[in-house]
Design a protein around this ligand. Sequence first.
Ligand SMILES: Cc1ncc(COP(=O)(O)O)c(C=O)c1O
Length: 462
Amino acid sequence: MSFELNELIAARRGENFRLHAEFLNPQLVKVLKTLGMDRFYERGEGCYLYDRSGERYLDFLAGFGVFALGRAHPVIKKALSEAIELDLPNLAQLDCALLPGLLAEALVGKTHAGLERCFFSNSGAEAVECAIKFSKYASRRPRVLHADHSFHGLTNGALSLNGGGEFREGFGPLLPGCDSVPFGDLHQLERELRRGDVAAFVVELIQGKGVYLADASYWDGLQSLCQRYGTLFVADEVQTGLGRTGKMWAYEHYGLTPDMITVSKALSGGYVPVGATLCSAQVFDKVYSKMERAVVHSTTFGRNQLAMVAGLATLQTLEDEKIVERAQATGQALELALAPLVDRYELFKEVRGKGLMIGLEFGEPTSLRLKSRWKMLETARKGLFSQLIVGPLFQRHRILTQVAADNVNIVKILPPLICGQEEVDYFVAALDDVLGDAHRNSSLLFEFGKTLAKSALQRERA
Ligand SMILES: Cc1ncc(COP(=O)(O)O)c(C=O)c1O
C-alpha cells in the first residue's frame, strides 16, 4: 500500500483526541475538553483556523507567535514547494550549502553592527542553549543570570533560566550558576555582576509570561552595567523578534545594542522549526577557535534547507508587505479600541504591551456585588478569572487567546502580524460582550468558573 496523505487523513478523521489520550498527552486532552476547546481543525489560512463544519476561528494565539505572516502564506508555501521540487542537497553536513549562508547574511544584515555571526538550531530553547554555551566559553565565567518571571524554553539549560517555579519543580538539580534577579531592578543586577563571574544576562525585552515591561531607564542601565562588568547582554528575541512588537527587534524600542540575540518562532514562516543565535565574530571565534573545534557546538538538523528557505522567504515577505510597520499600526489601533473597555469595566485594569504582543490585566472589582464573586473564584484557584475570559471568547466568539501565565489574571494576545481593522473590531466587540456579561452579574460566566475550579481540583486530586 502506498502512502496517500489525503486518504490517511480521510480514513482516520475524528480520532484526534483518542489518539492523543492514548499515545501522547492525556492531560492536555482533559484540559482542552474541560475548556471546551476540543475542536477538530481542518485547515488554517491567514488569521483564521477552520474546523470540519467550516466554522472559522480567529487565531489570536498564532501558534505562540509562530504565525507572524498568518497561516499558509502563499509566498512561503511556494518557496517551500520549490525547494522540495529542486531536490536541494540537504544536510550533506560536510558541506557549506548556499542557503544557510544567505539566511545568516540576511539576519546579520537586519541587526546592528557587532552581531556578525549566526548559529542555526531548531527551536527557541536551542537558540538559548547556544547563548549559554557560547557566553560561558567565550568569557570563561561560570554564571548566567536571568530575570524573575522569565521564560526561555524548557530544555535543561533554558529551564535553568526559567523564572517560573511551576516549570522547574521536580526537574532539579538544574544547571549550577544560574541565578535570577528581579526584572527591572538595577541594584540587584549590579550586586550580582560586581562579583565578576557572570558570563551573560539573558533577558526578554518584553516578558512573554505576563507581558511585563520595564522602563527605558532600566534597559539603558542594564546595558551599561553589562559593559562595565564584562557580562554579555543576551536579548532573547525568540518571541519579540521579527516585527512582533512593531519594530524588527524589540531592543530597538530602547536604542540598545545587545551582544547576542536569539531568534526563532516567526523565522519558521509557520512551517519549519528553526532557531538562530547571533553574536559577534569575537565570541564566535573563541568557541570555534581551531579546526579541531569546527563542530564543537552543532546539531544535525541545524542548517536544514527547508528551514533556511522558510526563513529567507519570511524575511523577504516582512519587507515586501511592510509587516513590521503594519504590526505597529494595528497594535496602536487595538490599544486605542481597548482603552474605552478599561474605563467601562471595573474588572479590566490595564492593556499593556508593544505592537501585537499585548497583555490584558484583570483585577479585583470595587463594587461589593462583583467583589464576592471575584473572591470566590480567586479562592478556588488563583488566576481563574482569566479563564472566564479566554473560555467564552473561544466558545461564543471563536477567538483563540491564552492565559498569560499561571496564577495571574492576565490574558495575552499574539495576533498574526498581518491582521487588520476587521480582526481588531471583531476582537474588541467580542471582549466587550464577554466583559459586559461578567459585569452584568451573569451567572453563566461564574458557573463556568465553578466548573473549571471543580475540574481543576479533581485534576489535582487525581
Ligand atoms: C522568549 C522565549 N524564549 C525561548 C522560548 C522557547 O522556544 P521553544 O518553545 O521554541 O523552545 C520561548 C517560547 O515561547 C520564548 O517565548
